[in-house]
Design a binder for this molecule. Structure first.
Ligand code: ADP
Ligand code: MG
Length: 355
């Protein structure tokens, strides 16, 4: 069956297709009074709650490479990265607006794949896709997702509330997404070399990616830690400060400390490095701890709590205590396994305009 060109369907035909794909995300949203189909989405905010809003722009060749990224995964990731920001405020995600700019070469089926991924992820997080905007693009695919969430005033968690003496905690494992990216890039280069030398693309020359599935999944299909937010709410745990780890532990810890006006000390031996990343680093002669500190895209939560709250989180097997907030003068440092102190303020994070 030939693929359908978007030009055959037109903008409104495409929006109709999109609308039927996101429809199921609306089921659990009785407070959404009008979704796709009017000039604005309309929703009834919950009385007494604060609204939080975030937006993330994903640009082809900057944030993703369509040679190594299935569109369905990309759709899912574009939702997850926004949910992660909402979770980082200790809030519950609610509605998403989606802007896309699509190259004319794309088929209708490609956009459907993208929206299947978005819709699937949105349902998992309880987010309703309530509208968006559609344009043609003359230079690659653009995906802009804007998301709202709600949180009570008491639970709202900024980056700025950490105090000296508090525990620094991190969820899940780190470095997996960076390891997955390295592998995908390696495979892409092998593929491009084949094309360049006009050799038939020979699958048997490619490594079996199955054994690296864990790390590749962290890169292509990150999961926002809404489970942790639900855990906090069920136990009445309110972190004093929180941020999601999108740029790397080192850089995001720095953001949290700068906002809070504090320093920090973390311990190498306590950093939960992704086990797949360790294996891949051995193979590629790279450094999994480095990926954990500066690799980014892990979408875990970094938060602080007073030490008295230790029993509340001790039983959770996916939260690690990696260090302590200090006075600002002490700086931000990592104590390595030999007891040497490394200044984290000198480690670069991921910066689009620099790298
Ligand atoms: P307007 O011209 O008023 O901006 P549009 O024709 O762009 O309206 O959009 C019509 C409806 O479809 C609106 O409700 C809008 O929110 C929704 N919509 C448009 N593009 C998208 C998209 N890419 N994803 C989800 N909803 C969309
Ligand atoms: Mg529009």
């Amino acid at each position: 069956m030939p693929y359908k060109a978007i030009s055959d369907l037109g903008e409104f035909g495409l929006i109709d297709r999109i609308s039927s794909l996101v429809g199921p995300t609306l089921d659990a949203s009785p407070n959404l009074l009008t979704g796709i189909g009017d000039d604005c989405a309309v929703y009834q905010p919950t009385a007494g709650m604060l609204e939080v809003t975030t937006t993330d722009l994903l640009v082809e060749k900057v944030h993703f490479d369509l040679l190594t990224t299935p569109l369905k995964h990309l759709g899912s990731k574009s939702i997850s990265v926004n949910v992660s920001d909402i979770c980082a405020m200790n809030a519950t995600p609610q509605y998403a607006l989606i802007g896309i700019a699509v190259p004319p070469s794309f088929s209708v089926e490609m956009i459907e794949e993208l929206y299947k991924g978005m819709s699937h992820a949105a349902r998992i997080y309880g987010v309703a896709i309530a509208g968006g905007d559609t344009s043609v693009s003359r230079s690659g695919l653009f995906i802009s997702v804007t998301m709202t969430g709600e949180v009570s005033g008491e639970r709202l968690t900024r980056r700025s509330g950490a105090k000296p003496g508090e525990m620094i905690c991190v969820t899940g494992t780190l470095g997996g997404a960076a390891a997955g990216l390295r592998l995908l890039m390696r495979e892409k280069n092998i593929m491009l070399e084949h094309i360049e030398h006009h050799e038939p693309y020979n699958k048997s020359l490619m490594v079996d990616l199955e054994e690296y599935a864990d790390a590749i999944k962290e890169q292509l299909l990150p999961a926002a830690r809404i489970d942790i937010i639900r855990f906090f709410h069920s136990r009445n745990i309110n972190p004093t400060a929180m941020i999601d780890i999108s740029d790397g532990l080192s850089s995001d810890l720095r953001h949290l400390c700068n906002s809070s006006g504090t320093g920090a000390v973390i311990h190498e031996g306590r950093i939960p490095v992704h086990s797949g990343a360790r294996r891949i680093a051995d193979e590629l002669r790279d450094d999994a701890l480095g990926w954990s500190l500066t690799g980014g895209e892990d979408y875990q939560l970094l938060f602080t709590l007073p030490k008295e709250r230790f029993p509340d989180i001790a039983e959770h097997d996916d939260i690690s205590i990696i260090g302590e907030i200090t006075e600002k003068d002490a700086g931000i440092s990592l104590v390595d396994i030999y007891g040497m102190s490394i200044d984290l303020e000198k480690l670069p994070g991921y910066d689009h305009f620099r790298s």
